[in-house]
Each structure stands twice: as structure tokens, then as C-alpha cells.
Design a protein around this ligand. Structure first.
Ligand code: F6R
Length: 251
């Protein structure tokens, strides 16, 4: 595990964008596992900027997103499909035929989960999986549980996740209660895992996830066993790790 320190959100985004860009440059048809949320927005901006400058191209890349809210159409402005279009896809040259996101409108949830696992398999696995981390340690929407769910599944979002995500919606009642999420297996099988975290709100959970016991009660803790994990975080998010394990942080 490498933990890369940055002073602030911009620095964290820049460090993360460099890790992602290096994978794309070395393998132009890389399979990118992508995430939504506040943490990767700056990284996506840097990548789009480097695309505009001709430094990287997404033309041959394939992508699989981590998750989608059940019940939201791709046109809904709170859907993750919409988020991805606005924050990355419309700003780069990715071929939308190569973009994969679980369908929030699927009528048969089990069939949708099986379809999504088959999509990931058909791509031959993920070259780099980008992750944020929830305040409760979730990755994707793999919420704290008594086991690590392996495949794509439909989850009931926890109160803590609904509270964290209500900032994007008109009211708490508008936050969907269910989501589809990729499971832990393709995340752990990814050749590289890149986790981004910013702000003091993530400081405790980052320390718990990467220096505490590996347990499904803290889903991100499984990443301690990932083959190649890079954590890009800012000073605020690293404040607890810097206090307890300063030798583990690369400045
Ligand atoms: C998003 C996702 C979530 C977020 C996490 C952190 O696709 O799967 O796990 O990465 O909730 O969200 P932010 O970055 O908004 O703090």
C-alpha cells in the first residue's frame, strides 16, 4: 500500500489523476473502474484537461462504474450515469459504447446484477479501480455487513449513507433507499486500486480502514489485502494517519 500525501483537494486530485493517466498511457485500451461522489471530481477535471492538451486519450478505454441508484433513469440529474456524463464522459473522447453503468431502471434486479458481473468478466477484469470511501467505510455501495459480498448486488443504503448523500438532493426523502453496486471480488481482482479521500470527515475512517482489523464491518479494510493499492488523500483526511503512522505516508 502506498499513501500519497497532498496539502489540499487540488493536490490530492493531481496525484490521483497522475496514477490514472499512467495506466491509460501504458495501456490505451485499459478497463477503468470508475466512481462518483465529491472526491473524484477534481481528478476528472485534471484528466479532461490532459485530454484537451493531447496528453492522454480515452478513445480505446472501456469503463465500468461502481454503482447506480435503483429507480433513477440515466437522464435523472442525480443518477450516477448523469454524474459521469457531466464530470468526465462529455469532456473526453471515450466511446459511449464502451461505458458500463448498472441500470437503475432494470425491472429484474437479480438479472441486472448477473448481467453486470458478466460485463465485467467479458472485459477481462479491471486494470485500475477508482474508489472513494464512505464515512462508514463503504466502498462502492458495499455497506458494513457481516460478510464481504462478492458479486454485484442490490443494497439497502444505510442511514449514514443516506445522510451523507442527501446534500445532493432537494431533501432526505428524495434520496433513493436502494442501489446496485459492484461487489468486492472485481475490486480486489483489479490490477491496481486507487482510493481518493479528502477532508477531515474521512480522517478517522481512513485510519480504521488501513490500520485496523480487516472486517466486513469496515468494507474498505479488505483493501489492505489488495495487490497494488494507492491511497491519494489530503492533509485533513490524513490527519489521524499522520499522527499514528507518519512513517507510512509519502510526502
Ligand atoms: C460512488 C461510491 C461511493 C463514494 C463514497 C464517498 O460511486 O461508490 O462509495 O465513493 O460514498 O463519496 P464522496 O466522495 O462524495 O465523499
Amino acid at each position: 500500500m502506498r499513501i500519497l500525501y497532498a496539502e489540499d483537494y487540488e493536490g490530492m486530485s493531481f496525484n490521483a489523476a497522475k496514477v490514472m493517466a499512467s495506466v491509460i498511457i501504458n495501456k490505451p485500451d485499459a478497463v477503468l473502474g470508475l466512481a462518483t461522489g465529491s472526491s473524484p471530481v477534481g481528478m476528472y477535471e485534471d484528466l479532461a484537461d490532459w485530454y484537451r492538451k493531447g496528453i492522454i486519450s480515452f478513445r480505446q478505454c472501456r469503463s465500468v462504474n461502481l454503482d447506480e441508484y435503483v429507480g433513477l433513469s440515466p437522464e435523472h440529474n442525480m443518477s450516477y450515469a448523469y454524474f459521469m456524463r457531466e464530470n468526465l464522459f462529455k469532456n473526453v473522447d471515450i466511446d459511449m459504447k464502451n461505458v458500463n453503468i448498472p441500470s437503475g431502471l432494470a425491472e429484474d434486479g437479480d438479472a441486472e446484477c448477473a448481467r453486470y458481473d458478466a460485463v465485467i468478466d467479458s472485459l477481462g477484469g479491471i486494470d485500475i479501480q477508482l474508489l472513494g470511501i464512505g464515512n462508514n467505510g463503504h466502498i462502492g455501495f458495499n455497506e458494513p455487513a457481516d460478510h464481504f459480498p462478492l458479486g454485484t448486488h442490490r443494497v439497502t443504503l444505510t442511514d449514514s449513507t443516506i445522510d451523507a448523500n442527501k446534500r445532493f438532493f432537494a431533501s432526505r426523502d428524495d434520496v433513493p433507499r436502494f442501489a446496485y453496486t459492484m461487489g468486492i471480488k472485481p475490486i480486489m481482482q483489479a490490477k491496481k486500486v486507487l482510493l481518493v479521500a479528502s477532508g477531515e470527515g474521512k480522517a478517522e475512517i481512513l485510519e480504521k480502514a488501513f490500520f485496523g482489523p480487516v472486517t466486513p464491518e469496515v468494507p474498505a479494510s479488505i483493501l489492505q489485502m489488495a495487490e497494488d493499492l494507492v491511497v491519494c488523500a489530503d492533509r485533513a483526511a490524513l490527519s489521524v494517519i499522520m499522527k499514528k503512522h507518519p512513517e507510512c505516508v509519502e510526502k
